[in-house]
Design a protein around this ligand. Sequence first.
Ligand SMILES: *[C@@H]1O[C@H](CO)[C@@H](O)[C@H](O)[C@H]1NC(C)=O
Ligand SMILES: *[C@@H]1O[C@H](CO)[C@@H](O)[C@H](O)[C@H]1NC(C)=O
Ligand SMILES: *[C@@H]1O[C@H](CO)[C@@H](O)[C@H](O)[C@H]1NC(C)=O
Ligand SMILES: *[C@@H]1O[C@H](CO)[C@@H](O)[C@H](O)[C@H]1NC(C)=O
Length: 172
Amino acid sequence: MPNTKNTELLLFLGQWVFLVLLPPCFASAACHQVDHEALLCFSLAFKVPSPPPLNWSASVDCCSWEGISCRQDDGHQRVVGLWLPGRGLTGLLPSDLFSSLSNLQVLDLSSNNFSGNIPDQISNLTNLEKLNLSHNHLTGQIPGSFQSLHLLSSFSVHTMIFRDLYHPESSF
Ligand SMILES: *[C@@H]1O[C@H](CO)[C@@H](O)[C@H](O)[C@H]1NC(C)=O
Ligand SMILES: *[C@@H]1O[C@H](CO)[C@@H](O)[C@H](O)[C@H]1NC(C)=O
Ligand SMILES: *[C@@H]1O[C@H](CO)[C@@H](O)[C@H](O)[C@H]1NC(C)=O
Ligand SMILES: *[C@@H]1O[C@H](CO)[C@@H](O)[C@H](O)[C@H]1NC(C)=O
């Protein structure tokens, strides 16, 4: 009799262990924390114009945010697409973001108002296939480190290397 009781108790506990272990598996369907925080940080840089151009809510999974696409990778949803053309985004290109979103394949920040140099950190996006930074106010040269982006098949950037010299769309 005590044996049966023990078995029942073990089965009962076993169920609970199983239930307790389940949630992380389900949680893995959500946006990876690193991507979520990096994007949230990026969006907070744009407080003007009002209302803010990026309507991303911290309480919503980042894979559901406008302009974001995700793909399951290694048990997590990772951000693979950042597509925000023509959103009135102003300022420097977010180098921190590029260091964080390591799975990014498509990056389109075209037709915004980004200025300054193209950060070297874009070269860390080794999975990048499509990059469009055209129609901003970027200056300087395209970083030489871009050569390490072996998967890049579509590339569109305008920069003003010198005053009044407007470079045409280049591709490689
Ligand atoms: C912002 O997003 C929420 C849902 O996430 C939506 O209900 C709301 O209409 C959006 N607002 C604008 C201005 O797009
Ligand atoms: C890059 O973006 C511009 C403006 O949004 C668009 O006109 C152009 O077709 C895009 N280029 C590529 C290669 O997708
Ligand atoms: C674009 O950025 C410049 C500064 O870099 C700012 O003076 C200008 O107001 C911005 N334009 C728009 C439409 O946001
Ligand atoms: C990014 O790439 C640079 C070289 O271009 C390298 O020194 C740096 O360690 C890389 N950073 C990350 C986070 O991979």
